[in-house]
Design a protein around this ligand. Structure first.
Ligand SMILES: NC(=O)c1ccc[n+]([C@@H]2O[C@H](COP(=O)([O-])OP(=O)(O)OC[C@H]3O[C@@H](n4cnc5c(N)ncnc54)[C@H](OP(=O)(O)O)[C@@H]3O)[C@@H](O)[C@H]2O)c1
Length: 295
């Protein structure tokens, strides 16, 4: 089965391209510019700018994938807020081009959305009413709505606060920022009044694999099992790596003047994915251990 992945130079896209290639799928990984994934001969890489409709049509016509996994997005809420036109172009218009091309070649679209489509009151279930608090969340919700209205075959998955292993050419995660500061003996302030259900990237890859293998359709929340604040996550990193947790100061979100609003009580409930996909994420501690190569 040929699987076409967008955003393959991004954090999830890199992990997913490598993971699915080891599972026997023919993976065509696409991203902006040159390939940033560590050299492997298990998949093919194709540069693709998703805001160019002609390029998207030509690429999908040539590849004719059975499945398209759309991870590409302008994914930083602050950037989306200050560059709204670019955000709409990359997150909504590009998704529309991709859906049209997918329909033309009979491909199923698996769209990677986010918990940011919701406001307060998490952990949210799939059927809860979306109410984004910032422009990034609005753009991702618009793309979800396009997928639901226009894609002939689709699944939508929503992860939360993704973390996992990093390598050269991949952006570090919050956990790496914590580790690096503690290693240098630098004190850090971390927010304790926001709740998330952090998602280990390999759990996410396995959840997507289950969506493919079971030909699942509809919306699935693929997150971790535990509700944690960034402060609690940072303390766990210190514990697992035997670093000095006294360097971590618990602060409220009001300490930082952030340009966009983020939910205090977010996170996603994963019962549907457990029941229908056999999704069983690792504990946060296990995810942290694997992130830092402690097996
Ligand atoms: N990271 C999280 O905690 C998290 C949580 C929930 C949901 N998500 C969602 O999960 C998905 C993957 O997130 P991520 O953390 O892997 O994001 P990421 O590291 O920012 O990767 C996104 C990739 O998409 C590419 N891209 C954006 N617009 C494009 C375009 N027009 N044409 C081609 N490529 C384009 C980017 O290329 P450039 O680098 O060249 O810009 C980047 O490589 C996103 O859809 C995000 O909304 C992420």
């Amino acid at each position: 089965m040929t699987i076409f992945i967008t955003g393959a130079n991004g954090f999830l896209g890199q992990h997913l391209s490598l993971y699915l290639a080891t599972k026997g799928f023919e993976v065509i990984a696409s991203g902006r510019g040159d390939c940033k994934i560590p050299p492997k001969e298990t998949f093919i890489y194709r540069p693709l700018e998703l805001t160019n409709k002609l390029e998207v049509d030509e690429m999908l016509n040539a590849v004719k994938p059975a499945i398209i996994i759309h991870t590409a997005a302008m994914s930083k809420p602050d950037e989306c807020d200050s560059n709204r036109e670019q955000c709409l172009l990359n997150n909504v218009t590009a998704s529309m081009y991709l859906i049209e091309a997918a329909n033309a070649v009979g491909a199923k679209v698996i769209y990677v959305s986010t918990d940011f489509v919701f406001g307060e009151g998490g952990p949210h279930k799939e059927e809860d009413q979306p109410a984004p608090l910032n422009f990034y969340g609005e753009s991702k919700l618009m793309a979800e709505q396009l997928v639901e209205a226009s894609a002939k075959q689709y699944a939508i998955m929503r992860p939360v606060f993704i973390y996992g292993e990093v390598w050269e050419g991949i952006r570090p995660t919050f956990l790496h920022w914590v580790r690096n500061n503690l290693l240098q003996g630098r004190p850090i302030k971390v927010v304790s009044d926001q709740q998330r259900t952090p998602t280990y990237v390999m759990d996410l890859c396995k959840g997507i694999e289950a969506i493919i293998n079971r030909n699942a359709t509809g919306i699935f929340h693929l997150a971790g099992n535990e509700i944690l604040s960034p402060y609690q996550m940072a303390i766990k990193v210190a514990d697992v790596l035997s670093l000095d947790s006294n360097l971590i100061e618990s602060v409220t979100a009001a300490t930082f003047s952030e340009p966009v609003t983020r939910a205090k009580q977010s996170g996603l409930a994963i019962d549907k994915a457990k029941n229908e996909l056999g999704y069983e994420p690792l504990s946060f501690e296990e995810g942290v251990r694997l992130t830092f190569g402690l097996y």
